[in-house]
Design a binder for this molecule. Sequence first.
Ligand SMILES: [Ca+2]
Ligand SMILES: [Ca+2]
Ligand SMILES: [Ca+2]
Length: 131
Amino acid sequence: MKRQFTVLLAVLITISQPVLAQNSAKVWFDKIDGNSDAKVSKTEFLKMWSDVFTKLDSNNDKQLTLEEWTKPNNKSDSKSKAVFYNADTNSDGNLSVAEHVALRTKHFNATDADQDGSLVLKEMAGKAAKK
Ligand SMILES: [Ca+2]
Ligand SMILES: [Ca+2]
Ligand SMILES: [Ca+2]
């Protein structure tokens, strides 16, 4: 189970890389789509990110520091830092659960091209490819 999660995390990280976008979007999609109806609802999407949050929050204080945010991927590049600082709306240097949910909700809405409240694979792959 733990190993599976690591794989999922790796897939999530990879999704922002255009070369592998199509493939990894499919893998990612199938993982999140819990009831396999070929749609990812906002609930499924946020549930998945809430699991990621818990996993990243290594000291379980319900706050992600920049270090916790970047450590698992070894990604201390400026892009993931920028995402962190943007999401830290009260600028206290931590991402709270609420700030994280707000960030992912924004992502969801941006990815949901036809605004029907669920994501299909095409919408996810399209978003990843555009980057
Ligand atoms: Ca923490
Ligand atoms: Ca904050
Ligand atoms: Ca949609």
